[in-house]
Design a protein around this ligand. Structure first.
Ligand code: TRH
Length: 367
C-alpha cells in the first residue's frame, strides 16, 4: 500500500534498561530506510544510542526530548512508544491541525490471546479532538507483528562466521584447557537482569565439566557474574571460561546471537532477535508486579511449544529460588533438537508481515 503520510515523529522515554530505545531505534531506522519516511526520534536520554546505533548513514533525526518541549511542526504520523505520554504542547498542536495526525501508541510485545482483541483499538483523547490507536507487536497475524528488517535473511546468509567474528573481536577466548582439550567449547552469550540465578547455573556448568565459554555484556549481566566470582576477569573454573565483552552495536549484537550455540536473552528486543537468529535461547522475562510476567511467559511457551526440558529450564531461570540440578545437562543434550525446533519456529514467524510494514499500512488506512 502506498504511504501518504511522510513525516513521522517517534516519542521514547528511557524508563529503565535498553528495550525502549532499542525498539524505537530499530523501528525508526526501518521506517526511514525501508519506507522512505522522514523520521524524527524524540528521546529523553539519547546516550544509549551512541553504542547501540552503529549506522551513521541512516537518515533518522535524533532529537532530545527535554522540558520545555520545543518543536517546529507536528508530524503526519505520531508514534508514542510504550505509553510515554506526549508533551502537552505537542498534543495541543496536533489537535489544532486541520487534519489531525495519525496517532499510534506502540505497545509492549503482546503474548496473551487478549492482545488480538485490543490491537488497533481507538481511544479518544479525554479533552482534545484526537484519537489514539493501540498497536501491539505480537506473534499472530491479528497483531502488529515483529520488527524484522527486509535484509535480515541476506545479512544472516552473509554472516562471516563464528571463527572470524571471534578472531576480530580481541576477546581473550582461550579455550578451556583440561580434559576436553580437543572439543570446541559450547559458546554462550549471557544477557540477563539482576537478579538472575547465575550462581546455580555456574555450579551446573562446572559440574557438567564440558568445555564452555560464556560471553558477558557490561551492565546488569556483568554485575550478576561479578557477584558470584572473585578476582579479575576473565574467569576460568575447570572447563568453564567467563569473559566480559563490550557493549555492541545492535547489528554486532545480532551477529553475536548468530555465532553462539546458546543465547541467554531478556526483555523484548533481544528476545525477538534471538528468535530471528534461530539458535537455542533462554529467555528471562522482564519482571512485573504481582508476577504478571509469569502468565506472559506461559502464554509464550504455549505458542512456541519447545522441548519440555527447555521449557523447564526457562521456568527455573525465571524463578527466584532456582536450582538447576539435572536441568543443565538435559538441556545441553537437547540443544540440537532445540535448534531444529527454532529453525521451524523462525520459518513460521517469517511468514508474518513485519511490524514496520504493518504499521505503515495501518497508518495509511487511518488517513
Ligand atoms: O534492556 P531490556 O531489558 O529492555 C526492557 C524490555 O524491553 C522490557 O520489556 C521493558 O519493559 C523495559 O526494557 C523497559 O532488554 P531488550 O528489550 O532486549 O533490549 C536490549 C536492547 O539492547 C536491544 O535492542 C539489544 C540491545 N543490545 C545492543 O545493542 N548491544 C548489546 O551488546 C546488548 C547486550 C544489547
Amino acid at each position: 500500500m502506498e504511504t501518504r503520510s511522510k513525516s513521522t515523529d517517534i516519542f521514547c522515554k528511557v524508563i529503565d534498561n535498553l528495550g525502549d530505545i532499542g525498539v524505537c531505534w530499530r523501528l525508526a531506522r526501518q521506517l526511514a530506510t525501508e519506507h522512505g519516511l522522514d523520521v524524527r526520534l524524540w528521546v529523553d536520554d539519547p546516550a544509549p544510542l551512541v553504542a547501540m546505533a552503529s549506522d551513521n548513514a541512516v537518515d533518522v533525526r535524533v532529537c532530545e526530548w527535554s522540558a520545555p518541549f520545543m518543536f517546529d511542526a507536528v508530524a503526519d504520523v505520531v508514534i508514542e512508544a510504550f505509553g510515554c505520554a506526549l508533551p502537552e504542547n505537542y498534543a495541543r498542536a496536533m489537535a489544532a491541525r486541520t487534519v489531525a495526525p495519525v496517532w499510534v501508541n506502540l505497545e509492549y510485545l503482546g503474548l496473551e490471546d487478549w492482545v488480538e482483541g485490543c490491537h488497533g483499538m481507538a481511544s479518544p483523547h479525554p479533552k482534545l479532538s484526537l484519537v489514539k490507536h493501540f498497536f501491539f507487536p505480537g506473534f499472530t497475524a491479528r497483531t502488529g507483528g515483529l520488527l524484522r528488517e527486509r535484509d535480515l535473511l541476506v545479512r544472516q546468509a552473509g554472516f562471516r562466521g563464528r571463527d572470524e567474528l571471534l578472531a576480530e573481536s580481541g576477546w581473550r577466548l582461550a579455550a578451556p584447557t583440561t580434559a576436553h582439550e580437543s572439543n570446541d567449547p559450547l559458546l554462550v552469550s549471557l544477557f540477563c537482569y539482576d537478579p538472575a540465578p547465575f550462581a546455580p547455573l555456574l555450579a551446573a556448568w562446572v559440574e557438567d565439566d564440558a568445555p564452555l565459554v560464556c560471553l558477558v555484556p557490561p551492565g546488569k549481566p556483568l554485575a550478576v557474574v561479578r557477584a558470584c566470582l572473585k578476582g579479575n576477569a576473565p574467569w576460568t573454573m575447570g572447563n568453564v571460561r567467563i569473559i566480559p565483552i563490550p557493549f555492541l552495536s545492535q547489528e554486532a549484537y545480532d551477529e553475536l546471537l548468530y555465532a553462539c550455540d546458546l543465547n541467554f536473552v531478556r526483555g523484548e528486543d533481544s528476545f525477538v532477535r534471538a528468535q530471528w537468529a534461530g539458535k537455542p535461547f533462554v529467555w528471562q522475562i522482564y519482571p512485573q508486579d504481582k508476577d504478571a510476567h509469569v502468565q506472559k511467559l506461559e502464554a509464550f511457551l504455549d505458542r512456541y511449544r519447545p522441548d519440555p526440558c527447555l521449557a523447564r529450564f526457562w521456568r527455573v531461570w525465571n524463578a527466584v529460588n532456582a536450582d538447576f540440578k539435572q536441568d543443565w545437562s538435559l538441556l545441553r543434550q537437547a540443544l540440537p533438537e532445540v535448534a531444529r525446533h527454532n529453525a521451524l519456529w523462525r520459518e513460521k514467524l517469517l511468514a508474518q508481515e513485519d511490524l514496520a510494514s504493518a504499521l505503515v499500512n495501518f497508518c495509511s488506512a487511518q488517513v
